[in-house]
Write a protein that binds this ligand. Structure first.
Ligand SMILES: [Zn+2]
Length: 208
């Protein structure tokens, strides 16, 4: 019996540093992705299409902007990433972890965060994203979309949702190289094309 116990102890002692080494080896490079506590990139890992719902609070005039932004990410990788459900989702107005990825227009927003245009929450298990929700701040911001609607005081909705979809995919902020993942999107900025850095980062996790 003591022999057995010793064997078990030995396996335990050997396996811990080995597991840590494996984790460390997987941590580089980050490719602009959010990383878990082990330094691993978190993403959807090409596990089928990401189903994204549109809550009934999203005005229909912006559906085209959502489709266009999804297509921009997909074109850069050469295959589909999203399954957009454009039949508005009727129901609770409170974003929470419910197993569905949903875009909401919020007419209430924290009073101490009036400069935040939108917020994407992602949830993951290990290095696998399992859910993402996008809140758009329609209390403090007005939006425009499509050529001819340019307004220097409003936010280009396609540019905004392109950025938030980058967060859905697992990307974090990147404040150089003309990235669409720059922290701030000034009003009246038609930033609807990916920088080459965005496309190459995406390939680290979504290349088939
Ligand atoms: Zn952001």
């Amino acid at each position: 019996m003591w022999k057995w116990l010793g064997a078990i102890m030995l396996i335990f002692i050997l396996s811990v540093p080995f597991a840590l080494r494996l984790r460390a080896a997987k941590s580089l490079p980050d490719c602009g992705f959010v990383q878990n506590t082990y330094g691993e990139r978190v993403s959807w890992k090409n596990e089928g299409l990401i189903t994204l719902y549109v809550h009934e609070s999203v005005p229909r005039e912006y559906y085209g902007a959502i489709q266009s932004a999804a297509a921009t990410w997909e074109k850069s990788i050469g295959h589909r990433l999203f399954r957009l459900v454009m039949e508005p989702l009727v129901g609770t107005f409170v974003p929470h972890q419910d197993g569905k990825n949903i875009i909401y227009f919020m007419n209430t927003w924290e009073a101490n965060r009036p400069t935040e245009q939108a917020r994407t929450s992602i949830y993951w298990n290990g290095d696998q994203i399992v859910e993402a929700d996008i809140r758009v701040n329609s209390k403090d911001f007005q939006f425009y979309w499509a050529s001819g609607q340019f307004n220097p005081l409003k936010v280009n909705f396609e540019a905004l949702i392109l950025h938030e979809m980058g967060h859905v995919l697992g990307l974090r902020h990147k404040d150089n190289a003309g990235s669409v993942m720059a922290t701030f999107l000034p009003s009246g900025t038609d930033r609807v094309r990916l920088a080459s850095a965005d496309a190459s980062n995406l390939r680290c996790e979504y290349k088939l």
